[in-house]
Design a protein. Structure first.
Length: 457
């Protein structure tokens, strides 16, 4: 993992951890809040139901008070009281019931079949003695609330029920009513679903924010990466340009040293030997056989030094320009006698920037060297074209065997010269194209006019 990815990872990891912790905290807090809200609503609902039940029973008892306090305890009075209670229904599942203190059912408007039965030993599904608990609650001062199970008239199913009962001691009655609690359970379940939906929505919002933040961080990292890459590429191109310029300056320095120093020394030695030979000949003395050989070797050394000096940095490139330097290079290549060479110049030449001249000259030099070593060609052609709008274009082509460009570029041990050509062209803002097949290989270099033309003085 490179440095940029590590930086992005270090930026993203704390953000993700923070968002996960926030999500967990939100989920915990909302769950806790939901539990407390559920308990609060349930308590409030039950308190309301309790108050409602007591009001119903108080209302029913107040309706019976004229009969209860009349002092008449005959059966007709009690039957009238039971009739009045049976008529006080409220809703489909709201009704009153009356039992005596021995557990006998005296009135049940929704289940008349129970009237007259003794239900003292009745138990619900949880094993509780329903009627006994109700009677026990009724005997408490002021009445009592009792939870039990009973069949719900509207559904004919057992359901939890909250009842309120009170006693009428003189008649030995227990009077009460109740409200079924399955509605509150349904309400609580609906509340739970809504709260869970809210928690889910909140977590989705957090996930969306996390995704958005990750997208922003990734985009910022990508833009930073691209910016840094472009900056690094520009700096690398400038560095390569400076390296090439430094190399050319060093080559020029060596060329001048060879031309002005070593070459002059060899010329002096040659003149001294020639003077010695002429002096011996003028006095008719025999010339040592070593002197002509030494003179020949000096001449060969002079030619080699001049050739090396010219290849290091041709003086024509700085004095007469690129066309003259290339013509001299092609002439030297042709004079070697290995491969025939020709050159053509198109358009009106204009002054090029020094680095452009150097790059195109070195490219031609490298291309001709490759032709000599690898192409097995019969002829090589160099074309240099100048255009006021398009800039300068150089093409070196031969009729050799060709090569696999992709394979050479992928092999780290081969194609160094081709990579150098491409890097030189990229350093001056130019382009390099290569085409090769059996019978023809061409290397084309183009430099736009804005990069090629020398600045006006």
């Amino acid at each position: 993992m490179n440095l940029r990815l590590k930086i992005v990872a270090l930026a993203v990891a704390p953000l993700l951890i923070a968002l996960v912790l926030v999500a967990l905290a939100v989920r915990h807090q909302e769950h806790d809040l939901a539990q407390r809200e559920r308990a609060l609503i349930e308590n409030s609902y039950m308190a309301q139901r309790r108050s409602e039940l007591r009001s119903y029973v108080d209302l029913a008892v107040s309706n019976l008070l004229p009969l209860y306090e009349s002092g008449q305890d005959d059966e007709a009075t009690r039957n009238e009281a039971l009739r009045r209670l049976a008529a006080l229904n409220y809703g489909d599942d709201g009704y009153f019931f009356v039992y005596d203190m021995e557990g006998n059912s005296l009135m049940h408007s929704r289940q008349p079949e129970l009237v007259g039965q003794n239900l003292w030993g009745m138990r619900d599904s949880q094993g509780r003695y329903t009627i006994q608990d109700l009677i026990k609650g009724a005997k408490e001062k002021g009445g009592a609330y009792v939870e039990y199970e009973w069949r719900k008239p509207s559904s004919a199913q057992l359901a939890p029920k909250l009842g309120y009962v009170t006693a009428m001691p003189r008649w030995n009655w227990m009077v009460g009513t109740g409200l079924y609690l399955d509605d509150i359970q349904s309400t609580m379940d609906t509340l739970d679903r809504q709260m869970n939906a809210n928690v889910t929505a909140t977590l989705l919002w957090i996930a969306g924010i996390a995704a958005l933040c990750l997208g922003v961080v990734s985009a910022a990292g990508l833009l930073l990466n691209l910016s840094e890459h472009r900056t690094a590429e520009a700096k690398l191109r400038l560095l390569a340009r400076r390296v090439v310029q430094s190399q050319e300056e060093e080559r020029g320095h060596l060329a001048r040293e060879l031309h002005d120093g070593t070459s002059q020394t060899l010329v002096s030695a040659k003149l001294l030997i020639e003077s010695a030979v002429e002096s011996l000949e003028s006095r008719h003395q025999p010339t040592p056989t070593a002197l002509p050989k030494a003179l020949q070797r000096l001449n060969d050394s002079l030619l080699e030094v001049r050739r090396i000096s010219h290849r290091l940095r041709p003086a024509l490139l700085d004095t007469l320009g690129l066309p003259a330097a290339l013509e001299r290079l092609v002439d030297e290549f042709r004079d070697e006698g290995v491969v025939d060479a020709s050159m053509m110049i198109e358009g009106e030449a204009f002054e090029l920037q020094p680095e452009v001249k150097t790059a195109l000259f070195r490219l031609t030099q490298e291309a001709l060297t490759n032709v000599r070593k690898h192409a097995d060609a019969q002829h090589v052609h160099v074309a240099l074209a100048f255009d006021e709008k398009d800039g300068v274009r150089l093409e070196v082509s031969d009729d050799g065997t060709g090569f696999d460009i992709d394979a050479v570029q992928l092999d780290p041990r081969r194609g160094i010269g081709l990579r150098n050509m491409r890097e030189r062209m990229e350093a001056i803002g130019g382009q390099l194209a290569m085409h090769s097949n059996q019978g023809r290989t061409s290397i084309e270099a183009e430099v736009p006019a804005r990069n090629a033309r020398a600045a006006s003085a």
